[in-house]
Design a protein around this ligand. Structure first.
Ligand SMILES: Cc1ncc(COP(=O)(O)O)c(C=O)c1O
Length: 455
C-alpha cells in the first residue's frame, strides 16, 4: 500500500524540471495523425540518407575487425578519427588555419544538445547569470530553468545580437555587483532558432570584445557559447545572398568586405585571440541524419577537461557505431553530398512556405524570411496573443495545425514584459502539400482573430 508522504524525495533540480515544451510538442505531432505540425524541429523525412547509411554500415559490418570495434564501447572524448575529421571539417568551414581547431580539445557528444547541457553543468551554479538572445532556442531555456542559473535576454536585431544592449546590461550588472554571477553568453549564430537571424562575424568579434572588457570586474572568464546547429543548412551561397540584397537595395553590407566575413560565415573561433573564450557547439544531426545523434564541441581549457569528466559520468562516450558512421561519411564524401542535397531541398521547401505565407496570411502579420535553417518567424499585432493557452493556439490545434508559440522562446527576464504575439513555423518535416495546407489553415485561423480588438 502507498503511504502518503509530506515531502517529496525529489532533488531541487528534479522539482524544478517540468516536462519541457519540446517533449510535449514532439509527442503531439507524433500522436495526432491528422495534425500538420509546423512546430518541433523534425527534419525532412524523404531526404534522410537511408541508402547511404546502409552502404556505410555494410562497410563497417563487413569484417569482424571493423564490425567488432564499432560495436564495442569507445572512449569518453570520442572516436579519434571522427575527432580529427571534424576538426578539419570545421577549419575548412571557417576557411582558417590552424591552432583554433585542435582535435585534442574536440569532444564528440550525443547530439549538440548534450554539449549545451554539460557546459551549463560545468559552468553554472544556481543564481548565476547566462545571457541569451531574446528570443532564443527554447530547449536551452529549459536547461537553464532546470539547472538553476537565471537567463537574461539580449535584444536581437536583423543582423544579430544588439551589442549596445549587451553593453548596457553588463554595465548595470557591474554597478549592482552582480557581474561575478555572469558565466556565459549563449548565441545561436546561424539561421537562428527561432528567428532565422544570422549574427555577423563582426558582431561575434564585438561580443567577445565586450565580454573580455568586463571580465576583470567579474573576476573570471566569461565565455561565448556559439551554437552553430544550422550552419550548414544554408540555402544560397553567401555571395548570392549579398548580391541579392544589394540589388534589392536593402542592405548596408559594404561590397569591400569579403562576403564570407560580412554575412557571418566564419565562426567565433576565427576571431583572432578568441580561442580561450569560445565554446563552439556543432552537430551532424541536422545536416546529415537527426536520428544519428552525433554532435561535437571545441572547448577551451580547463573547460574541455571538466566537460569530458562530466560526460564520463553521463555516458562515458557517444554511441561508437554512430560515430564510425559519421567518420566514414565525412571521409568518403557522402556527408558533403548529403549536405548539398539538403541545402537544395530546404531552399525549395522554404520557397513553398514563403509563397503560402504570401497567399494565406493576413497582410498585417510581419514575417521574416530566412536564408537557411528550418524556420520562419512571424509577428502578429501585439494585442493578439499566440501562447499555448491563447485562443489562436487552441483554435489552430482544433484545426489540426501546430506551431511553436513565440513566448516559449523568451527567457523569464524581469527586465521586460515577455512578448507573446509571435510564432515559429517550420518547413523542416512537413511535405510541400502539408506546408501549403498547414499555412492555409493557420492563415484562416489568424484571419478570424484579426477583427477582434482585444482577446
Ligand atoms: C539551436 C539548436 N541547438 C541545438 C539543437 C540540438 O540538436 P542536436 O542535439 O540534434 O545536435 C537544436 C535542435 O533542434 C537546436 O535547434
Amino acid at each position: 500500500m502507498l503511504i502518503e508522504m509530506k515531502n517529496s524525495a525529489l532533488s531541487q533540480i528534479g522539482q524544478r524540471t517540468p516536462e519541457p515544451p519540446i517533449s510535449w510538442l514532439m509527442q503531439t505531432a507524433l500522436t495526432r495523425p491528422r495534425l500538420i505540425s509546423l512546430a518541433a524541429g523534425f527534419t525532412d523525412n524523404p531526404s534522410l540518407p537511408v541508402a547511404e547509411t546502409r552502404a556505410v554500415l555494410n562497410q563497417i559490418l563487413r569484417s569482424p575487425k571493423t564490425g567488432q570495434s564499432a560495436l564495442q564501447y569507445g572512449s569518453t572524448a570520442g572516436d579519434p578519427a571522427l575527432r580529427r575529421l571534424t576538426a578539419q571539417h570545421l577549419q575548412k568551414l571557417d576557411g582558417a588555419h590552424g591552432e583554433n581547431y585542435p582535435p585534442e580539445r574536440l569532444l564528440i557528444t550525443s547530439g549538440s544538445q548534450q554539449l549545451l547541457y554539460m557546459t551549463a553543468e560545468a559552468l553554472c551554479d544556481e543564481g548565476d547569470i547566462v545571457f541569451v538572445e531574446d528570443p532564443t532556442y527554447f530547449v536551452y531555456l529549459s536547461i537553464l530553468q532546470s539547472r538553476g542559473p537565471r537567463a537574461r535576454g539580449v535584444r536581437l536585431e536583423r543582423d544579430g545580437l544588439d551589442l549596445a544592449h549587451l553593453e548596457k546590461i553588463l554595465t548595470s550588472l557591474k554597478r549592482s555587483g552582480e557581474l561575478r554571477r555572469v558565466k556565459l553568453l549563449y548565441l545561436v549564430s546561424y539561421f537562428q532558432n527561432p528567428t532565422g537571424v544570422t549574427t555577423s562575424f563582426e558582431k561575434k568579434r564585438g561580443i567577445l570584445k565586450l565580454l573580455k572588457q568586463f571580465e576583470r570586474a567579474a573576476g573570471h572568464p566569461i565565455y561565448l557559447l556559439e551554437d552553430a546547429a544550422y550552419r550548414e543548412l544554408r540555402f544560397e551561397t553567401v555571395a548570392a545572398v549579398c548580391d541579392r540584397r544589394f540589388s534589392d537595395g536593402m542592405t548596408n553590407i559594404r561590397r569591400s568586405q569579403t562576403a564570407a566575413t560580412s554575412y557571418g560565415e566564419k565562426s567565433a573561433l576565427a576571431v583572432p585571440g578568441a580561442a580561450e573564450r569560445v565554446i563552439y557547439a556543432g552537430t551532424f544531426t541536422k545536416p546529415f541524419a537527426t536520428g544519428a545523434r552525433v554532435g561535437y564541441g571545441i572547448l577551451p581549457e580547463p573547460l574541455f577537461t571538466t566537460t569530458r569528466h562530466i560526460k564520463g559520468n553521463h555516458d562515458f562516450g557517444t554511441a561508437n557505431l554512430l560515430q564510425q558512421l559519421l567518420a566514414r561519411a565525412l571521409a568518403s564524401g557522402a556527408y558533403a553530398k548529403q549536405v548539398a542535397r539538403l541545402q537544395k531541398r530546404y531552399a525549395h521547401k522554404a520557397r513553398v512556405m514563403k509563397l503560402a505565407l504570401e497567399k494565406h496570411f493576413p497582410s498585417a502579420v510581419e514575417w521574416w524570411e530566412p536564408a537557411g535553417g528550418l524556420y520562419f518567424w512571424a509577428r502578429l499585432p501585439k494585442h493578439i496573443p499566440t501562447g499555448v493557452k491563447s485562443k489562436v493556439f487552441q483554435t489552430a490545434l482544433k484545426n489540426d495545425v501546430l506551431y511553436v508559440p513565440g513566448e516559449l522562446c523568451y527567457a523569464d527576464d524581469p527586465a521586460r514584459r515577455k512578448p507573446n504575439h509571435e510564432i515559429r513555423i517550420s518547413f523542416g518535416n512537413a511535405s510541400e502539400a502539408e506546408i501549403r495546407e498547414g499555412i492555409k489553415r493557420l492563415g484562416n485561423v489568424l484571419k478570424k482573430f484579426y477583427d477582434l480588438p482585444n482577446l
